[in-house]
Ligand binder design. Structure first.
Ligand code: PHE
Length: 431
């Protein structure tokens, strides 16, 4: 449940629809699903196993399994990825909280699509408001780790996640009957392979790994907490299927709404936030429905941010344990939360244009971090982990694990690295 909570989050509900929209729909979705199954499954199992067999977080796992410190730089790289990932993920989690509050105050009643877009754009320029909401998200996440109520959250999400799932199904069903609903579904499911370029293929890989929480050590950390008798294969399959289904359901809500209410599929990161309020207005009891939905979306986002922050906190504790100044869990939580408040604020100041020189190669921090993490760091992280277990972990370590050596010797050693390298080189126009 914890792994599912980590995986199902803004990746499926916020990122999936707008990336699919930007990349032309159906053909991209096929790529996304194929990628999640062919690369995703062995990689998810692999990360769980690395954690489970070593009993460590990303910091200690590489050393414990390979018997040398040569992979330590890689562990640090995954940490940089998580920090960057959080620096924009909290911003979007803040949007969810803002929309929850606005839905409760009935702000969206009677707004047409133009008004909803203007509303989001005005909010997106409002640095203080966005910062407050991002900080609320950071503090809530840090409190869960501080008070060690992970178990409570897990229990809560056992009730709330199925509720979210149920709501998505009901909404998707409702959308089919809208004028324009079928056009949306055709956009989503009718493949047009002429839209697939090398860059699009890399984006599908990145999105798939992002939604599966791969490539940054999150699943290693969770694997480290797994009980011995837990079956890695079943857990991984369940997690992947759930993520794919939730992503598709989000698409089945957003795209019919796009065509029914006159939005554009290439709207970008605001897509989910402008379409959903439009959907709710035409549903039974708009306020109740929208408040419940945004509340559940906040929970889904929080279970993901908790997993990210847990990765870093575990890492900081393990890394400093060897130094003269070891940090305990509470100190690590404060440190990580404080850094995140700074990086998220910088991200917001750059994105709103408040501080105009805060840019990276012409992009604001939000877009730069979002693209760098999804399309570069996460795929590199996944590639590194495949190479690590395929080539650098003595085979004997896996004996006794129920995963067939086929996965290690064929898929992780050869298939994943070769395919990912080709995809990288191809999108960089080198081949
Ligand atoms: N999978 C999460 C989502 O879809 C994001 C995430 C990535 C969480 C990596 C943890 C680690 O929202």
């Amino acid at each position: 449940m914890a792994a599912a909570g980590s995986a199902v989050g803004l990746g499926s509900i916020w990122k999936f629809p707008y990336i699919v929209g930007e990349n032309g729909g159906g053909a991209f979705i096929i790529l996304y699903i194929v990628c999640s199954m062919i690369f995703g499954l062995p990689l998810v199992m692999n990360e769980f196993l690395v954690g489970k067999l070593s009993g460590k977080s990303a910091y200690g796992a590489f050393r414990a399994l390979s018997g040398s410190g040569r992979w330590q730089w890689f562990a640090w790289l995954t940490m940089v990825s998580v920090m960057l990932l959080m620096s924009f993920y909290f911003v979007v989690t803040g949007w969810c909280f803002f929309y929850l509050v606005e839905a409760a105050s009935n702000t969206f009643a009677n707004m047409d699509s133009q008004a909803l877009m203007t509303y989001f754009r005005t909010f997106e320029r409002h640095a203080p408001l966005m910062t407050i909401y991002a900080i609320i998200a950071i503090v809530l996440t840090a409190s869960v780790l501080w008070f060690d109520v992970n178990k409570g959250i897990e229990r809560l999400s056992k009730i709330l996640m199925p509720l979210l799932f149920l709501m998505l199904i009901l909404m998707a069903f409702h959308m089919v009957f809208l004028d324009g609903g079928i056009t949306g579904l055709r956009f989503l499911f009718e493949p047009d392979f002429s839209k697939l370029t090398p860059k699009v293929i890399l984006e599908a890989v990145g999105l798939s790994f992002f939604t599966l929480s791969l490539g940054i050590g999150a699943l290693i950390t969770y694997g480290g907490y797994m009980p011995k008798e837990q079956n890695v294969t079943t857990t991984s399959i369940q997690m992947i299927v759930l993520v794919i289904v939730v992503s598709l359901l989000s698409g089945m809500i957003v795209f019919p709404a796009v065509f029914a209410y006159g939005f554009s599929p290439t709207e970008g990161p605001e897509l989910t936030f402008v379409t959903l309020p439009a959907v709710f207005q035409h549903m039974f009891s708009p306020t109740l429905t929208s408040v419940s939905f945004f509340a559940l979306m906040c929970v889904a986002a929080l279970t993901s941010t908790i997993s990210m922050m847990e990765v870093i906190v575990a890492f900081v504790c393990e890394a400093t344990a060897e130094t003269k100044r070891p940090l305990n869990r509470h100190q690590s939580v404060i440190l990580v939360a404080a850094i995140q408040i700074v990086t998220n604020t910088l991200c917001i100041l750059s994105m709103t244009g408040t501080v105009s020189w805060l840019t990276v190669m012409g992009n604001n921090f939000f877009d730069a971090a979002n693209d760098l993490v999804t399309d570069v760091l996460i795929p590199i992280g996944a590639l590194g982990m495949a190479v690590f277990t395929g080539w650098f972990v003595p085979k004997a370590r896996y004996q006794g694990s129920r995963v067939a050596s086929f996965i290690y010797l064929v898929i992780l050693r050869w298939l994943v690295p070769i395919a990912l390298i080709i995809i990288f080189l191809n999108s960089a126009k080198i081949i």
